[in-house]
Write a new protein. Structure first.
Length: 347
């Protein structure tokens, strides 16, 4: 049984404008100011789970060059280029059918490219535990983050009381709740944040997609004879865009019977917004967080400032603002209005 890691890196990160733009989205940016992009941090935390030649990245054909540049140790033929974004089922199906053709016994972890993990050792321990579980069963294991607050920006996973070796059956997947519902979930103690990290063996997931997303499975079976040949790109361009546009949670997770959750605590955040970044960066005594070498704040409170390339930035009197600049695009916006950033970016 061989372990493989599939990193999904096709998103455009629209909530992080102007730092993230469709030509160069957030997974390829040093969001935390640590000298590495989010996708580089993702690949790094899987070191030791399997050799680098068993890593795969599924991304937009627009970003293949960036992936090669940032992750030169991943084999070029393992960077899979989607001709267009069709949500997570087609993305996962393409990687898994391709892996299955060459490694029919593969055991696979699928992960987003743009989350943050603080405790890498505990993360690795959880992934190894899940891989051991799926190697000898037909289970699909998802990692559930123990909630630290009633978060309304994440989906939740409800676990049943039946478990073995710290892995529990999933009772239900829940959409992003309102605050009152989120408070109930946290109080109940058997609800976990859905981190979008999945572990399965390749036979299990391809059978599940055949059963619950047959249209997409049909497209994969049609394309599979051309995988690893010179025809693959042409076939992909013709057939991949015909896949139904649907998420793995909606298509498979909410319907499949054998779904398990491994509750985990390793300092996870999906880094989905400026607000979440503000909470993760170090803050000064006034609650300001910043990325940038020459930032001076006077009488500012609760701000997040991301100006990595500026020579000098001086701000005075701001309370609860985002100030972000990238390549001549500047955003100054109240943190509590950040859900409008998509709208602002198109102004």
């Amino acid at each position: 049984m061989q372990n493989h890691v599939v990193i999904m890196a096709g998103g455009i990160g629209s909530r992080f404008w102007p730092m993230s733009v469709p030509e160069y989205p957030k997974q390829f940016i040093d969001v935390m100011g640590v000298g590495k992009s989010l996708i580089q941090l993702t690949a790094e935390r899987f070191e030791g789970v399997c050799p680098k030649e068993n890593f795969w990245v599924v991304t937009s054909e627009k970003y293949v060059g960036i992936v090669k540049e940032q992750l030169p140790e991943i084999p070029a033929q393992h960077i899979l280029a989607e001709p267009e974004a069709r949500n997570t089922v087609p993305c996962i199906a393409y990687a898994c059918w391709k892996i299955k053709k060459q490694y029919p016994e593969a055991n696979i972890v699928v992960t987003p490219s743009d989350a943050l993990v603080l405790d890498k050792e505990e993360f690795k321990r959880c992934i190894s535990q899940a891989l051991e579980f799926t190697a000898n069963s037909e289970a699909i294991v998802t990692l559930g983050m123990k909630p630290t607050r009633p978060e309304t920006g994440y989906g939740y996973i409800a676990a049943t009381g039946e478990g073995q070796n710290g892995i529990y059956k999933v009772e239900a997947f829940k959409e992003k709740p309102n605050l009152e519902t989120a408070q109930k979930y946290v109080a109940q103690g058997n609800y976990f944040w859905n981190a979008g990290i999945f572990v399965w063996n390749v036979q299990t997931i391809t059978h599940a997609i055949e059963k619950y997303a047959p249209q997409i499975a049909g497209v994969m079976k049609k394309m599979a004879p051309d995988f690893y040949t010179e025809k693959e790109t042409e076939t992909l361009k013709a057939d991949f865009p015909t896949c139904e546009k649907i998420s793995i949670d909606y298509a498979v997770m909410e319907k499949a019977k054998e779904i398990d959750v491994l509750p985990a605590e390793f300092g996870w955040s999906d880094l989905g917004s400026w607000g979440s970044l503000h909470g993760l960066l170090p803050q000064d005594e006034n609650g300001n967080a910043q990325v940038g070498n020459h930032v001076k704040l006077f009488d500012c409170r609760n701000c997040v400032v991301h100006v990595a390339n500026e020579k000098k930035v001086v701000l005075e009197g701001l309370d609860g603002y985002i100030v972000a600049e990238k390549n001549g695009r500047l955003l100054v916006c109240r943190l509590n209005e950040e859900q409008r950033i998509k709208e602002f970016s198109q102004a």
